[in-house]
Design a protein around this ligand. Structure first.
Ligand code: FES
Ligand SMILES: [Fe+2]
Length: 409
C-alpha cells in the first residue's frame, strides 16, 4: 500500500495542492488508515459523555466502531465493537447506559470491562475467558479521551503530549462539561478538512462571523496558527501580541507557543493571541456566554488555539472552548464533530450566543470543503499553487508524506 503512496508522492510539488488520488482514491484511504490515522492518538470525546458507570458512546472511525465505556469511577475502557461470536456490532445505539454490553444477535453478553460473561449452549471446550472484547488503546488526559488503533504498542503518550499539561490545567478541561454538541458530517476527504482548517486565506471570503470577532491583521498573521501567515504580517502584529501577552501573564495565563514541524509525530500547534478589541469572548457582541473557565482570575481578551494533531483541534476563549474532532470515515467522507465545553461549575450558559461563531463557521466550512471535493473529482483538476497565507497547508502535507517516509520534491 505504501508503494502506491510512494508512486503518487513523486508527483507532489511543494507549494501546490496534492494530486487528485490523495483526495479520493480507495487505496490511498486504506493506506492512510493503516499508516497515518491508525497510528495516532486521536481524541474520541470528552469524559463528560461518560460520567457514570455504564455510560457509553460509540466512536466510528474508518470501518471501525469503538465503544467508549466507563466501568468504574476511575476507568474508561475502549473496545472494538465486534462480537467475539460471529462478529456483529455489539452496541448499535450511538450512546447509552448499560449494566452489560449485550449483542442483540445471539445474546452473548460482556461486562463493562470487556469480559465475556454469558454465552449460551457453547461446547464444553469453549473457554469464555478467551473471548472478551478486543481492547483499543485508550488514555484520558485532562478530560480528553484519546484512543489509538495501533495493533501493537502505540507511540508513548506522555512523550507526545505531557508538555501541554499546564495549558490544559489552566483552562480546566478535566472538570469541564459539555454545554452543546453538534455534528457536521462532511462529504470530503479528511485531508481537505484539515487543509481548510489550517489556512485562513478563506476566512475573509467565507467567514463573516469569524472575522467579526478578530483583528484583521491577526487573521493574516496567525489566522490558522503559528507559521500560517506571511512573515511581514507576523512582524506587524508583534507589538499588539506582546502587549496582550504581558496582560495575560499578569492574570496567570501560562504563555508560550508550539509549532511542531513536519518531522514530528502529531504536528501539534499552540497559539495564544488576542481577540477583537473590546471583546471578552467569541460571541456576536463580545460579551461572555458563560462563567470564566478553569483557573482564570479575570477576562484577558485572549484565545488559545491548540491542535493535538491534524485530527483534533481546540479553540478556547475565556468562557468556553470548542473541541473539533475530524474523523476519517471513507475516501470522501469525514466526521466533523464539535463539542462546546464550559467550566464544570457553570450554572447558566447562553448556548445560542456561545455556538453562534463556530456553528456558522463550521457550516460554511462544510459547504466550501464539499465544493472543493466535488471540483477535485473533475477530469480538469490539477494541483494548484498556494498563497503566502496557506503555508501551514504545506507543512501539513510534508508531515503527511513523512508518515510514509516520503518527502515532496
Ligand atoms: S454475533 Fe454476537 S452473539 Fe452472535
Ligand atoms: Fe474555515
Amino acid at each position: 500500500m505504501s508503494d502506491l503512496i510512494r508512486r503518487l508522492a513523486a508527483g507532489v510539488r511543494l507549494g501546490y495542492s496534492l494530486p487528485q488520488p490523495f483526495y479520493c482514491d480507495d487505496g490511498v484511504f486504506e493506506a492512510d488508515m493503516a499508516r497515518v490515522i491508525g497510528r495516532k492518538w486521536l481524541v474520541a470525546g470528552h469524559v463528560d459523555r461518560v460520567r457514570n458507570k455504564g455510560d457509553y458512546f460509540l466512536y466510528p472511525i474508518g470501518s471501525e466502531s469503538i465503544i467508549i465505556v466507563r466501568s468504574d469511577a476511575s476507568t474508561i475502557n475502549a473496545f472494538y465493537n465486534v462480537c467475539r461470536h460471529r462478529g456483529s456490532l455489539v452496541c448499535t445505539k450511538p450512546e447509552g447506559q448499560a449494566a452489560r454490553l449485550t449483542c442483540a444477535y445471539h445474546a452473548w453478553s460482556y461486562g463493562l470491562d470487556g469480559a465475556l460473561l454469558a454465552a449460551r449452549l457453547m461446547p464444553g471446550d469453549f473457554v469464555r475467558e478467551e473471548h472478551g472484547l478486543h481492547r483499543c488503546h485508550v488514555r484520558v488526559f485532562h478530560g480528553f479521551i484519546f484512543i489509538n488503533l495501533a495493533a501493537d504498542e502505540p507511540e508513548d503518550f506522555d512523550a507526545a503530549f505531557a508538555d501541554l499539561a499546564p495549558h490544559l490545567d489552566f483552562h480546566g478541561f478535566a472538570d469541564a462539561k459539555i454545554a452543546h454538541r453538534e455534528s457536521y458530517p462532511t462529504e470530503a476527504n479528511w485531508k481537505l478538512i484539515v487543509e481548510n482548517f489550517v489556512e485562513c486565506y478563506h476566512c475573509v471570503p467565507s467567514h463573516p462571523e469569524f472575522c467579526s470577532m478578530h483583528p484583521p491583521d491577526a487573521l493574516v498573521a496567525f489566522g490558522a496558527g503559528p507559521s500560517s501567515g506571511p512573515d511581514d504580517a507576523v512582524e506587524r502584529y508583534r507589538p499588539t501580541l506582546e502587549a496582550w501577552e504581558r496582560r495575560a501573564a499578569s492574570l496567570g495565563r501560562p504563555l508560550g507557543s508550539i509549532d511542531d514541524g513536519p518531522g514530528s509525530s502529531h504536528l501539534r500547534l499552540l497559539l495564544q493571541r488576542t481577540i477583537r478589541a473590546g471583546y471578552e469572548s467569541e460571541t456576536p457582541d463580545g460579551r461572555p456566554a458563560s462563567r470564566l473557565m478553569g483557573k482564570r482570575r479575570d477576562f484577558d481578551q485572549g484565545r488559545m488555539y491548540l491542535s493535538f494533531s491534524p485530527f483534533t483541534q481546540v479553540v478556547a476563549t475565556n468562557d468556553f472552548a470548542v473541541l473539533f474532532l475530524f474523523t476519517p470515515l471513507g475516501p470522501t467522507r469525514t466526521g466533523v464533530d464539535l463539542y462546546w465545553l464550559v467550566d464544570g461549575r457553570a450554572a447558566e450558559v447562553d448556548v445560542e450566543r456561545m455556538i453562534w461563531g463556530w456553528d456558522r463557521t463550521t457550516r460554511q466550512d462544510k459547504e466550501i470543503t464539499e465544493n472543493n471535493q466535488r471540483g477535485i473529482l473533475s477530469t480538469r483538476y490539477a494541483p494548484g499553487r498556494y498563497s503566502d497565507q496557506e503555508r501551514r497547508v504545506v507543512t501539513f502535507q510534508q508531515w503527511y508524506l513523512a508518515q510514509y517516509g516520503c518527502a515532496p520534491a
